[in-house]
Design a protein around this ligand. Structure first.
Ligand code: ADP
Ligand code: MG
Ligand code: MG
Length: 248
């Protein structure tokens, strides 16, 4: 589904990704772990097409298409969703407005009819309930004044509504209390665990992986994948730390 081959990228002329290769099949969940500053968030921004992140080598293929040649809207319409480590606030635009607009623009790009206000609200209610987010929050301005945990749950509501085929989730577990962590983990499973879908889950901790069980765990260090294993790799990292596991 997604093939990253020898990808290199710079930010402000500084090399951050250095020959990163990774392949994800439909139906799989891959966790990416790695020390601070390794390039994990940079990878998600490059996949999303964020301005300022310059690809200097390699390729990314998404469902057989050249992902890097698409603009960010085309990537979203093709089924790619990005969850951010730091979700953006959008003053003056309600969650409901923002999401209906985003969903209908993706539907349009796919040649589908827009959802009516009523149809959209029904969908929004269903996904907000899944993530235990009050509908009042859906009417508030996007992320404005939301707590860290509310922003992350809101982001998962966005994912539920947009129903992507591929999600890149960057530290979705950061700032969540124990109950919210379980809600978010179960939400990711409900929305993304399917034979035709796949997830790249960037996380520092085993605790989210207790809920969302990965098929593969990768260590990203100095801009490339340096080790790949199964779920046990994440548990070893938690016990032993990066230095020891990477040296082994
Ligand atoms: P991670 O998510 O693995 O912690 P990041 O991808 O956020 O790492 O960052 C990788 C490196 O790129 C870090 O050294 C960071 O300081 C640097 N970096 C990221 N964005 C910029 C930027 N806009 N300007 C300069 N350096 C940046
Ligand atoms: Mg970090
Ligand atoms: Mg990061």
């Amino acid at each position: 589904m997604l093939t990253i081959d020898n990808l290199s990228a710079t930010v402000a002329d500084k090399p951050i990704l250095n020959g990163l290769s990774l392949s994800v099949n439909a139906g799989e969940i891959h966790a990416i772990m790695g020390p601070n500053g390794a390039g994990k968030s940079t990878l998600s921004y490059v996949l999303g097409g964020r301005p300022g992140y310059e690809v200097t080598g390699g390729s990314v293929t998404f469902n057989g298409e050249d992902l890097l040649a698409m603009d960010p809207h085309e990537r979203a319409a093709a089924g790619l969703f990005l969850g951010f480590q730091y979700p953006v606030e959008i003053p003056g635009v309600s969650n409901v407005q923002f999401l209906r607009e985003a969903l209908n623009s993706q539907r349009k790009a796919r040649g589908q009819d827009p959802l009516s206000g009523g149809e959209f609200l029904k969908l929004a209610k269903e996904k907000a309930a899944l993530l235990k987010l009050d509908m009042d929050m859906m009417k508030r301005n996007v992320n404005v004044g939301f707590s860290g945990g509310e922003k992350k749950r809101n982001e998962m509501v966005q994912m539920g509504i947009l129903d992507p085929s591929f999600a890149v989730l960057d530290e979705t577990d950061s700032g969540l209390d124990i109950d919210a962590l379980k809600t978010v983990g179960e939400g990711i499973n409900a929305i993304m665990r399917a034979p035709e879908k796949a997830v790249l889950l960037i996380t520092h901790y085993q605790r989210l992986l207790d809920y969302v069980q990965p098929d593969y765990v990768h260590i990203l260090a100095k801009g490339r994948i340096v080790k790949t294993g199964g779920p046990d790799l994440a548990r070893r990292l938690e016990d032993e730390g990066y230095d020891e596991v990477m040296a082994a």
